[in-house]
Structures are given as structure tokens and as C-alpha cells.
Design a protein around this ligand. Structure first.
Ligand SMILES: Cc1cc2nc3c(=O)[nH]c(=O)nc-3n(C[C@H](O)[C@H](O)[C@H](O)COP(=O)(O)OP(=O)(O)OC[C@H]3O[C@@H](n4cnc5c(N)ncnc54)[C@H](O)[C@@H]3O)c2cc1C
Length: 516
């Protein structure tokens, strides 16, 4: 038996890709070397455009447990400098404070609902490729076996075995000059500022919550998440502490060095699992290629970087949303030539931008008087709304524009959050995209586009409706919710019709025979 797609790794990115492929009509198998879900929690939240992307799959509601759509965050932080986002007209920064463990749980539930087979305790150990597929060696609970697959995706994390077996280099830098200690703790209630939710540290002063706070001696974070209060420090040029797990005393001493004041930290309340972790140094690396013939890389397997500003899941989950429909199209046989290669041409620049801004932020939080001066300059620059918007676009990933040709401003960008009046009543575009089907939105006054889909009806759904006056008249939306073509014209003239057919062909292949 040949499997259509094997995914190595049931981390967030492997699971998300499995969901996307299933929505595209492919049943992947996911291999996960760990026999049980990990107890480790990495991310404390989702930051950026990924929040909108999850809303467009109905996953935001599952994560929040409510029906409210996402709203932009009024504030965030860049390199431990506050970003006042509420003053922006078009604020692109979304956030959702939810532990990575919960994200993985929701994605796993969804993948299982969609019929994905997840094999836990099955480790990929080898692979060989030929023209038609990949033979994958696996060690499972009952011993070694092989599986044949048409495509393999390595979503197996930063140390990706898949990447190494394909001989794909992972150039970049490793820094070993910083040590971070993070722990769930309790702090005396009288030190918590009722108005801001931040801390008033005796002998130091106020510290806002959920913000990186830099001093001349290091970085301090106080983050009272609903799931536990996190305190984290980062110091530079210190002994890393070896492999010994840290103690709460280690954290107390580090806080004293960073703030120059004592903060009485107590052990965490409740059942846990509680975090007490030391991380030394870090890697910033980008895979030389995201694809080697029938093997593709996604998520941390393709790129690693500092976690500052929380960009990891924003990048990785959007990789998989970009890849899923293209891989499904390739397997169904309707992908236009080169579509699968656009995974790398579209997503590598996104990864490069993350590498750039995380390295820039790392430079801006380092100790030293030159850095303090640089920060003073940045603080001045951030008073300008345009600079704040530029940084917010960069950090949220809203500045990504795929090269899809066309001259409409929306082409190549994520579709706007429209509410459409349809014959079934008002509906948010984010509700229509949950099937992950390509959509042609006909918002023209007289529903002028009905005939335009002839030849693509098997692949593309037509939605007729009305939207607000500033909305475009028509939009072709890819399954990843990026705009492939848009028009402001109330009628489809010959030129617009040709452009639409060109966009349909470029994204979804040649038209099929009469009637589609
Ligand atoms: C301390 C820390 C804090 C972070 N904070 C944030 C944050 O706030 N926001 C954010 O967005 N991101 C954050 N990140 C980054 C985020 O955690 C990662 O980007 C994310 O985990 C990557 O997911 P992944 O699925 O690509 O890889 P992973 O989560 O590493 O999953 C890979 C999976 O593959 C499995 N695997 C490995 N090898 C094999 C094999 N040979 N066969 C089968 N299975 C295999 C592993 O067991 C694992 O389950 C943080 C990271 C760290 C370390």
C-alpha cells in the first residue's frame, strides 16, 4: 500500500498540516516518536496573523471556547519596548494567550475528527526516494517496518531527522552567551498593582505585566497567565549552569541580579504541570531548501530562531496552511506545474523576515550602554505611528505579499475580514473558508460572475453576496485565504475576465472539460 502523505512529527505543525490535507481530501498518516503527548509546554501564546488564520478554520473558537471573532491587541512589545497599537487604524497584531500544549490538544482532536491516523511511539529512522515515492523506515512499538508514501513531510522539529537524511543544510548561528530561567511561581499579593496587573517591586519600581522588561543587567518577564504566573529572567555572559535543572533559589538570585532588588517568589499553587526550566543560548537557522524532490520540510524543521515576540507558531502554522492545499492539489492531479514549488518561494521570505526581526530584537535587549543608546533612539522612532505600524506588520506577518501577479492591492495578501449578506443571511468570510475550498466571491451588484467559473466548478466554489461599500466587487480566495485575484469593477469586462481565468489557471490548474 502506498500512503499519499506521511508526516513525521505530531507537534503543532505536523498536526495542522494533517488537518489541512484532510480538508483537501487527502488522508495522511502522522508518525510521532513519543508514545504520549508531551508534558512540556513551550509557547505561551499565539501572536500575529496566525490567529486570524485559525479563525478561518474554526479553530480560534475551539481555543477560546467562545463565539467572538478575534480582535487586534491594543499593545505589544518589540525588543522589550512597548508598541502602542491601539492608535493604529489598521492594527494587524492579534494575540491569543493559550499554552502550546492546548493548541496541540485542539489540533489533535480536530485531526482525529477528520479521520487522520496518528501513530504514537513510531519513529522515522530512515528514508530513500525514487521517482514515484519515498520508502520510509520506522521503528514502532512492535519493531521496525517500512511504509511507502508519495510524499513525506518532515515536521519533526529543529533537530529534524528528515532534514538530515535528505542532506539539507541548516546554516545559521548558534549563540551560547545567554541563560534564561523561567518558572511558575507565586508573588505576594501586595506587590501586584490592581490597576495594571503588573508588579511593584520594592527598591526597583513598577514593572508592567506580559512585557519583556530590560535593565542594564538582563531581561525580566512577569506574566500572570490564567494557567499560572510565569517569571522569566535572561542574563548574558554567565555560566550556563550546566545540565542541572534550576531551583527557585536560582531564579530568585537571577531576579536580584537583573533588577538589583529582591522579589519574594514562592512556589506555584495548584496541581501543575509547573514550569521550572533553564535554557542556554539559542539557534537561528534556516534550511537551505524546504523541498528535496518528494520530501518537504515544515515548521521548526525548516527554521529556528529566538522565541522573542512569540513568532514560531505564527510562522510554522502558516507554512502548513500554505503547503496543505498545494500538496493535496498535486496528489489529486490538478496542481498547475510548479505550484508545489511556490511553497518555498512564498514561505522562505516569511521565515527570513522572522529571522531578521528576532535577531534585531535580540540585539536590542542585550546589556550595555551602546544598546541603551540604541533603545533610546528606537523609542523616539516608535513615537511615529508609521514606525509602529511597520514593526507591527513585520512582527504579525501582515507585510507578507505573495507574488501572484495582478495589480489589485489585495492580490497576494490575506483576504480582508468581510461580512457578506448572502441569501442565507449575514456570514463572515472566516466562516465560509472553514472547508478550505477555493472561493470566488461575487459581490457585484448583479451577480455578474456566475459564468466565469465554467471549467473550475469542481475545484472552486462560488459565493454570491453583498458586502460593505469599501469591499472589492469580486475576490478569488485560495484555500489558505490569500487573495489570488480581485476586482473593483461592477461588471466583468473582457480584460478582467482574462485576468480572472489566468489567476484561476495559475492557482488551480487548467479548466476541465465542458461544464467542469
Ligand atoms: C522556550 C520556548 C518558548 C517558545 N515560545 C513561543 C511562543 O510564545 N509563541 C510561539 O509561537 N512559539 C514559541 N516557541 C516556538 C514553538 O514552540 C515552536 O515553533 C513549535 O514547537 C514548532 O512546532 P513543530 O511542530 O514544527 O515542531 P515540534 O513542536 O518540535 O514538534 C516536532 C515533533 O516531531 C517529533 N519527532 C521528532 N523526530 C521524529 C522522528 N524521527 N519520527 C517521528 N517523530 C519525530 C517530536 O517528538 C515532536 O513531537 C517557543 C519555543 C521554545 C523552545
Amino acid at each position: 500500500m502506498t500512503v499519499d502523505v506521511l508526516i513525521a512529527g505530531a507537534g503543532p505543525n505536523g498536526l495542522m498540516l494533517a488537518c489541512e490535507l484532510s480538508l483537501g481530501g487527502i488522508r495522511p498518516i502522522v508518525l510521532e516518536r513519543l508514545p504520549e503527548n508531551t508534558k512540556e509546554n513551550r509557547a505561551n501564546g499565539l501572536v500575529g496573523q496566525v490567529v486570524r488564520a485559525l479563525d478561518r478554520r474554526g479553530l480560534y473558537e475551539r481555543l477560546t471556547g467562545g463565539a467572538e471573532p478575534p480582535r487586534p491587541s491594543p499593545a505589544f512589545v518589540f525588543g522589550a519596548m512597548p508598541l502602542e497599537l491601539s492608535r493604529l487604524d489598521d492594527n494587524p497584531m492579534y494575540g491569543l494567550a493559550v499554552p502550546q500544549r492546548r493548541v496541540e490538544q485542539v489540533l489533535e482532536e480536530r485531526a482525529r475528527e477528520l479521520g487522520v491516523q496518528i501513530r504514537r511511539g513510531h519513529e522515522l529512522t530512515g528514508l530513500t526516494q525514487d521517482e514515484d515515492g519515498v520508502t520510509v523506515e520506522i521503528t514502532g512499538p512492535e519493531g521496525p517496518y517500512t511504509l511507502r508514501t508519495r510524499f513525506l513531510v518532515g515536521a519533526d522539529g529543529g533537530r529534524s531527522r528528515v532534514r538530515k537524511l535528505c542532506g539539507i543544510g541548516f546554516p545559521g548561528v548558534t549563540r551560547d552567551d545567554s541563560v534564561s530561567i523561567g518558572a511558575h511561581v507565586t508573588v505576594p499579593a501586595e506587590l501586584v498593582d490592581a490597576a495594571t496587573g503588573g508588579l511593584n517591586v520594592p527598591g526597583y519600581g513598577p514593572i508592567p505585566p506580559f512585557m519583556h522588561h530590560r535593565t542594564d543587567h538582563g531581561l525580566f518577564v512577569y506574566a500572570p497567565f490564567p494557567t499560572g504566573t510565569l517569571v522569566n529572567t535572561t542574563e548574558w555572559h554567565r555560566d550556563g549552569g550546566g545540565d542541572q535543572p534550576p531551583t527557585l533559589d536560582d531564579l530568585r538570585e537571577s531576579v536580584r541580579r537583573v533588577l538589583g532588588a529582591d522579589l519574594p517568589l514562592g512556589p506555584p499553587d495548584g496541581d501543575g504541570p509547573h514550569l521550572l526550566r533553564r535554557l542556554s543560548g539559542g539557534n537561528t537557522r534556516l534550511a537551505e531548501r524546504f523541498r528535496d524532490r518528494r520530501v518537504l520540510l515544515a515548521g521548526d524543521a525548516a527554521h529556528v530562531h529566538s522565541a522573542i515576540g512569540g513568532p514560531g507558531l505564527n510562522l510554522g502554522l502558516q507554512d502548513t496552511i500554505n503547503l496543505g492545499w498545494k500538496l493535496a492539489a498535486e496528489i489529486h492531479g490538478w496542481a498547475p506545474p510548479g505550484l508545489l514549488d511556490t511553497y518555498e518561494t512564498e514561505r522562505r521570505p516569511a521565515a527570513e523576515r522572522v529571522v531578521m526581526h528576532t535577531q534585531a530584537q535580540s540585539a536590542l535587549i542585550a546589556p550595555g550602554p551602546e544598546v541603551t543608546a540604541l533603545r533610546a533612539l528606537f523609542t523616539e522612532l516608535l513615537r511615529d505611528e508609521r514606525t509602529t505600524k511597520h514593526i507591527a506588520d513585520l512582527m504579525s506577518g501582515a507585510d507578507i505579499r505573495y507574488d501572484l501577479g495582478g495589480d489589485h492591492l489585495l492580490t497576494g495578501r490575506p483576504a480582508p475580514d468581510l461580512t457578506l449578506e448572502t441569501e442565507n443571511g449575514p456570514v463572515r468570510l472566516a466562516e465560509l473558508t472553514r472547508t478550505a475550498r477555493p472561493l470566488l466571491l461575487d459581490l457585484t451588484p448583479e451577480a455578474a460572475l456566475a459564468g466565469a467559473l465554467e471549467g473550475w466548478r469542481d475545484r472552486v466554489d462560488l459565493v454570491v453576496g453583498k458586502a460593505s461599500e469599501d469591499a472589492p466587487a469580486a475576490l478569488l480566495v485560495r484555500p489558505d485565504c490569500f487573495v489570488a485575484w480581485a476586482s473593483d469593477s461592477p461588471r466583468l469586462d473582457d480584460k478582467e475576465g482574462d485576468a480572472l481565468r489566468a489567476a484561476l489557471t495559475a492557482a488551480f490548474g487548467a479548466p476541465s472539460g465542458a461544464g467542469g
